[in-house]
Design a protein around this ligand. Structure first.
Ligand code: ADP
Ligand code: MG
Length: 241
């Protein structure tokens, strides 16, 4: 479904001459409707990778193939920051994303699921961070994407809100399957969400390890099960490095 092959991605080096090699010889294949979590240290190149997959960054050497026919894939992107337009209401921000899109999801249903119906005519400055993030998630879901990119979407939310939105994200994914690439530095979150976790190294970013999460979906809200698997992963990681 998504074949990523990045030979190299460089940035101008900060504060010195030359180039910073952010990504090198990076290959990753993602199956249709798979939920993949990318876990890696801060600054390793995760956001860079999502921007390349989203076709927002073409300044790299390599190739990304999305879907069978390039033009048929719709990509939803939940950025690291919500990026709402301040002069548009919640509803207008979402409407902007689904303009001219005949297969758009029913916005009212999504507003309802995300518990934002009462706030749809409010401007972003009146929203809490958690609400803004929920709007950004609706905006990405509303276009009915085949591919959903999520860049640390639940960072800096309180634990209860994060848990609630995580559950909703999985619910929406189960209702209407699509491929998800989800960036997080939180291993518990990755175990809770992913079919497969891909561990990344710092620059130049490469895949260091991949694991399938063998926990049934209905057991994922059991924190003890998640923690036990996390311990198992950490143990393996230590004994092999
Ligand atoms: P992550 O999302 O994993 O934290 P990023 O993809 O944001 O990492 O950044 C990867 C590396 O590339 C970092 O070293 C960062 O400083 C550098 N970088 C990112 N964007 C730019 C840019 N626009 N110009 C120069 N360097 C950048
Ligand atoms: Mg980032």
């Amino acid at each position: 479904m998504i074949a990523i092959n990045i030979k190299s991605k460089t940035y101008p080096a900060k504060g010195r001459a030359g180039q910073h090699l952010a990504i090198a010889d990076f290959k990753l294949a993602i199956n249709a409707n798979e939920f993949v979590c990318l876990v890696g240290p801060s600054g390793c190149g995760k956001t860079t990778l999502l921007n390349i997959v989203a076709d927002l960054d073409r300044d790299y050497d390599g190739e990304i193939k999305v879907g069978q026919v390039q033009t048929q894939s719709k990509i939803g992107y939940v950025f690291q920051n919500p990026r709402l337009l301040p002069w548009r209401t919640v509803r207008e921000n979402i409407e902007l994303a689904i303009e001219d899109n005949p297969s758009a999801e029913n916005m009212d249903t999504l507003l309802d699921v995300m518990q934002l119906s009462q706030f749809q005519h409010v401007y972003p400055e009146r929203l809490s961070l958690g609400m803004s993030r929920r709007v950004a998630i609706i905006r990405a879901f509303a276009i009915n994407p085949n591919v959903l990119l999520m860049d640390e979407p639940f960072v800096s939310l309180d634990a209860a809100t994060a848990r609630q939105i995580r559950t909703l994200t999985v619910k929406l994914w189960q209702q209407r399957p699509h491929t998800v690439l989800f960036v997080t530095h939180d291993l518990r979150e990755a175990i809770t969400l992913a079919d497969r976790i891909v561990f990344l190294s710092s620059a130049p970013m490469q895949v260091v390890r991949e694991i399938k999460v063998p926990i049934a979906r209905h057991e994922r809200d059991n924190e003890q099960v998640i923690e036990a698997f996390r311990q198992q992963l950490l143990h393996v990681q230590h004994s092999t490095t």
